[in-house]
Write a protein that binds this ligand. Sequence first.
Ligand code: 23J
Ligand code: MN
Length: 263
Amino acid sequence: MDTQKLLGEFASQLLSGGIEVVDLTTVLGPDTPLIKLPPELAVDTPKVEIHTISAYDKNGPWWAWNWLKLGEHSGTHFDAPHHWISGKDYPDGSTDTLPVQKLVGPVNVLDFSKEAAADPDFLLTVDHIKDWEAKHGAINPGEWVVMRTDWDRFGNSEAEFLNANETGPHTPGPTAEAIIYLIEKDVAGWGSQTIGTDAGAAGGMEPPFPAHTLMHKANKYGLASLCNLDKLPPKGAVLIAAPLKIQKGTGSPIRALALVPRK
Ligand code: 23J
Ligand code: MN
């Protein structure tokens, strides 16, 4: 089919609902869970604030609007290469310079929800990915790879979502080797359903925070706090993950969307 026809058919399938748009995004507000970093190491991102400018009142009789106080890495969000020191020198590595063609692409949904429910410290290995590929097909260049853990079931319950105790946060994520494997596949990026793209225990890995250190070193992207991955097939959906065009931005909240064939 020629491209013009294909896009026309795609558009009519969107209108008819043959292709469904699935929202992979959490609500962004004062209760949205945010990452907690060790105080001796770092300053935390502030809570989201939504302030009223007017609400059809004396400050604006016919309109309502708000202004926001918002960290770039809040809620369902995008990590650009400039977020990490290893990716800081890419001219196209910030939210205002990255190539938007890379933001829309096929998504591989690796379902490890059972494993993560049984062990919150579950780590995805190269063998896990290879077994998944043997079952569902190869992961290809330019594609997104996301790990389903159903961590969105905790919603805004920050204590459950972060799952931290005196030994630190206990949330699933990738091993460094799994990230290296995906970089060698030349994927567009890696996404998680947890607070960040790395496991809770990733600070103690080699290198520390491998999803951040290695993906961004390779000029690749991260997605965190994705929702509704249980509504996606293992292969066959298209992910749209577009950050705001923040000047020299290191990331941004996104409205993550998936295009899915109706069952
Ligand atoms: C800052 C420092 C460490 C981490 C993070 C942010 C994130 O996870 C993030 O939102 O990118 S691990
Ligand atoms: Mn982030």
